[in-house]
Design a protein around this ligand. Structure first.
Ligand code: URA
Length: 216
């Protein structure tokens, strides 16, 4: 650690989050976030996409390679699969606010100039990014959050979160000081990696059907 760097415990986006101005102000400020070291290697901040007042918020882990290049969440292979699953569950992705627990792409390279390989963020990196998610929640005020996978689950619900235990159920919890309903499910990337992709996809759609019912 360089002498001027903060210890990992002290990482936080909090000083970068503006207190007013809605989503446009948040997005602008997030572009300059230096709350943890992940900004250094990423191309850009990938902030949430969608409208304030969206009834549904989808929370993923962190941007992937494509998202990092394009600056939008869920535009790569996982996003395409998620869009198909949402459509099967009768949810219009255009009606949802889509974001991630961590706003910068974390990756490793096996060799210089080789493909960038996704690396899961630590709990502390997710906690450091928490003030952005809290600010998005305060502005969007979604009726329901779909929690996509373990990192988003731990960021929102704590380190004891286990997606296999609670997936496809409607939870009622206090999140960043607000009463909130949530439906956890697997991350779409886990579906892409599954041995039986079709069964995993069906499982994701079944959980999203629970979310669609909870919204109706
Ligand atoms: N995976 C995520 O969790 N989020 C994205 O935006 C893309 C892939």
């Amino acid at each position: 650690m360089a002498a001027t760097e903060s210890p990992e415990d002290a990482y936080t986006a909090a000083p970068f989050v503006p207190g007013r101005g809605g989503l446009p102000a948040l997005r602008r400020a997030a572009a300059g976030c230096r709350g943890c070291p992940l900004h250094r290697d990423a191309t850009q901040t990938v902030f949430g996409a969608g409208k304030a007042g969206a009834r549904l918020m989808l929370v993923g882990e962190q941007p992937g390679d494509q998202e990092d290049r394009q600056g939008e969440p869920f535009v790569g292979p996982a996003g395409k699969l998620l869009d198909r699953a949402l459509a099967e569950a009768g949810i219009d992705p255009g009606d949802a606010y889509v974001t991630n627990a961590v706003k910068h792409f974390k990756f490793t390279r096996s060799e210089p100039r080789k493909r960038r390989i996704h690396k899961a963020p630590t709990l502390r990196e997710a906690a450091a990014c928490g003030p952005w998610l809290a600010a998005e929640l305060a502005v969007v005020e979604p009726e329901l959050i779909v929690v996509l996978g373990a990192t988003a689950g731990r960021a929102l619900l704590g380190s004891s979160f286990r997606v296999t235990r609670v997936r496809g159920t409607v939870l009622e919890e206090r999140i960043h000081g607000r009463p909130q309903r949530l439906v956890p499910t697997v991350h779409p990337s886990a579906v892409l990696r599954a041995d039986d992709r079709e069964a995993a996809f069906r499982g994701l759609v079944a959980d999203l059907n629970i979310a669609a019912d909870a919204l109706s």
